[in-house]
Ligand binder design. Sequence first.
Ligand SMILES: [Zn+2]
Ligand SMILES: [Zn+2]
Length: 255
Amino acid sequence: MIQTDKRNAIMRVAETIDCQVRRVRVNAVEAMRAHELAEITIDLMPGETLCPFCLGTNLRKVDVRFTTHGPEVSGFPFSYEWFTTCGQCEFGRMKVCKHCDHTVSKGSLCQCKGAIAERQEIEVAKEADRLAKMRHISPAEYAHEKVYVNEEYRVLGDVISEAEDGEDVGLVLACELTEPALCPDADDVIERIEDRAYEECDDGHIVSFGAGAKEALQAVLDKWFAEHCTVNELYYPTNVIIDISPAKTEEEEAQ
Ligand SMILES: [Zn+2]
Ligand SMILES: [Zn+2]
C-alpha cells in the first residue's frame, strides 16, 4: 500500500459536487510511478510490434457517465473512470502482417490480398491432404443405396449414370448407415413413475416395483415399437471415396 502523504499527492479532491458526492482526480502517471509501473520492458518477437492503441501498456481508460437522481438534477452526470485491459492486443504486443505490414488486432485476421491468399492456400493444401489420406473403393464394393455427393445424399446408380453421360459428378463419398435407437427405455418410464410419485407425496415410497418389472416392461415396449413404429435409416458420409469411372471415350465404346 502507498503511504498516506504520497496517496494524498496523487489523489486530490477536485470538487464537491453534491452534498454527498466527492469527485476525486487521480494523477494516473504518479500512481503508476508510485507502484513502480512507470516503465515496463517488453521483448518483441519477430513479426510483433507494440500495440498502437495502448502503446504497450495493455491499458485502456473506461469512462462511464451516469446519474443517480434522474436527468432532472441540473443534468449533472456522475463519473466512474478506470483502467482496463486494452483488448486490441496481446498484453501490449500486436502481430504485424508479413504481407502488408499493418498491425493485426487480437483475434482477427488481416484482410489484405496477400494474407487472404495465404490462408486460402493453406485451406486448399489441408483439403488436398485430407483427400489424399482417404481410402478408395469401387462402386461394386459399396453395399448401400445412397452416397454423399456435393452435400447431398443421392442414389449411387444415378450418380454412375451421370458420370457415364460425361458429367463431372465430383467427389463421391461412401456413407455409413445407422438406425437411431428410438425405442423407449423401461428405466426411463419407471423413473418417470417414481418422479410423479415424489410430486404426489414427499416420501416417495408410495410406489414400488416387483422383481422383473423392468424386464417385463422392456419386452412390452420392444414389441410395441417393432410392430407400430417405422424408423428411417440415417446416412452419414464417411472418409471413403467411391471411384466412379468417367465416361468412356468413343474409342473405348467401339472396343
Ligand atoms: Zn494494446
Ligand atoms: Zn496484411
